[in-house]
Design a protein around this ligand. Structure first.
Ligand SMILES: Cc1cc2nc3c(=O)[nH]c(=O)nc-3n(C[C@H](O)[C@H](O)[C@H](O)COP(=O)(O)OP(=O)(O)OC[C@H]3O[C@@H](n4cnc5c(N)ncnc54)[C@H](O)[C@@H]3O)c2cc1C
Length: 400
């Protein structure tokens, strides 16, 4: 049975990074806000991110760090709400942080501090946060939204002037990820850019896996690249294939069936190194030369891939070319990826061409907003995805 109807200025679905930011901002502006979350806790991805310390932003955030069918869409929000704005929020709350490599900022302590800060701010801003709750039905009537909602086990009718979808992407279903936001977009006629997993480990066929098998757990600095992008970071061999930041980054630019190239000695010209070694000690085995370049097991794998059992002086110019190609541009052919089960993000989502970059609102459906990862804006690894969630949530929070 349905109880009396509840009225709010704003209903936000999804209490993740973007939804909580939007709720606080709208509440501070005096809007009555209902924030609906189907998990029993808000901000689960914040809690587990960055190894429990949340890489909450990147001080070098720029539009080039994002993937989208409409690369200009993110510019306005990122300009209006900058990494410094979020840092300022944490500093005011006394949350300590530090910079790791490449401008990535992490909490010194637990990521839970960020969730607690939002919970506190939502309380002050009189946001109604309902956990264990779900939306059963949405319709648009008489200039507003009518929702049938299961609020912690009680079915209620809720009406709102504005509806904000902040349900994130499809990554890690066991943490509450759902395709719900895409369904709402489609219900109201917005286009969806085909979602696919991003920042995800890549998997390989049995033969390739066998050649990596002895290396499981070993990391090396590489440059992973294809025609669209190139990242110089660590690669990690795993029992399923390849992972580590370099692989996660390039995975977002990889399409099924394509190869990727890995420079196993980034910044070093292997043919020059080989020439020099040959001039200095031509009697040395190639195997021994390779052994100098990496940890033993990596060198053995490279030696096995090359299959050239010769002294340096015996290498033909064809051999030299093969060695340098194999090291500076080793070609691997992923069979697939680990998929949404382990992907950190979902690439694609609600088509930005159907949204206003100034407000995050649907251009053809009044009062409907999409923020965070549900939108076709996906950041690189390194704090960019949270910065997009904060920025897009903040912008919508000024508008609803
Ligand atoms: C393991 C992991 C580590 C990560 N580490 C980082 C990092 O360190 N730095 C970084 O920048 N990014 C990181 N990311 C990416 C980042 O977590 C996301 O991009 C970000 O959380 C997106 O914010 P969001 O609010 O759009 O979505 P989410 O944080 O996913 O929030 C969406 C919320 O909506 C809820 N929801 C979904 N469907 C419904 C529904 N039908 N009804 C009600 N509620 C619903 C979900 O339960 C969730 O609480 C990481 C991701 C993963 C998976």
């Amino acid at each position: 049975m349905t109880d009396i109807s509840l009225n709010y200025d704003v209903v936000i679905i999804g209490a993740g990074a973007a939804g909580m930011m939007c709720a606080v901002e709208a509440g501070r502006r005096g809007r009555s806000v209902l924030l609906i979350e189907h998990n029993k806790k808000p901000g689960e991805k914040i809690r587990i991110s960055g190894g429990g310390r949340c890489n909450f932003t990147n001080i070098h955030t720029a539009p080039k760090n994002f993937i989208s069918a409409n690369p200009h869409y993110c510019i306005s929000a990122l300009k209006r709400y900058k990494p410094a704005d979020f840092i300022n929020r944490l500093e005011t709350a006394g949350i300590a942080y530090h910079e790791k490599a490449l401008g990535q900022l992490f909490c010194d302590g637990s990521a839970q501090q960020i969730i607690d800060l939002f919970l506190e701010d939502m309380k002050t801003a009189s946001v109604d946060l309902k956990l264990n709750s779900r939306v059963l039905n949405i319709s648009y009537e008489g200039g507003g939204y009518q929702l049938k909602v299961d609020l912690s086990g009680r079915e209620r009718d809720v009406s709102a002037h504005s509806l904000v979808i902040a349900t994130g992407g499809k990554s890690i279903p066991k943490m509450g990820a759902s395709g719900f936001g895409y369904q709402v977009a489609q219900q109201f006629g917005l286009n969806i850019i085909e979602p696919r997993p991003g920042l995800v480990p890549l998997t390989f066929d049995d033969k390739t896996l066998a050649s990596f098998a002895a290396l499981s757990g070993i990391g090396v600095d590489v440059r992973a690249m294809n025609e669209r992008a190139s990242f110089e970071e660590a690669l990690l061999f795993t029992h399923r294939g390849l992972s580590g930041p370099a692989i996660l980054q390039i995975s977002s630019y990889w399409r099924d069936g394509e190869e990727i190239r890995i420079d196993m000695l980034p910044g070093q010209d292997v043919s020059a190194l080989l020439q020099q070694a040959r001039d200095e000690s031509g009697g040395r085995q190639l195997r021994s030369f390779l052994g100098q370049l990496w940890p033993k097991r990596v060198a053995e794998m490279m030696s096995a891939r090359l299959g050239i059992d010769k002294k340096l002086a015996e290498l033909s110019s064809k051999d030299l070319q093969r060695v340098s190609d194999e090291i500076n541009a080793m070609i691997v052919q992923p069979m697939g990826s680990e998929g949404y089960r382990t992907a950190e993000v979902t690439i694609g989502g609600v088509d930005c061409r159907d949204l206003s970059s100034k407000t995050m609102a649907a251009t053809k459906q009044p009062g409907l907003y999409f923020i965070g990862e549900v939108v076709d804006v996906t950041g690189w690894l390194g704090g960019y995805n949270f910065q997009w969630a904060w920025a897009s949530g903040w912008v919508a929070g000024q508008e609803v």
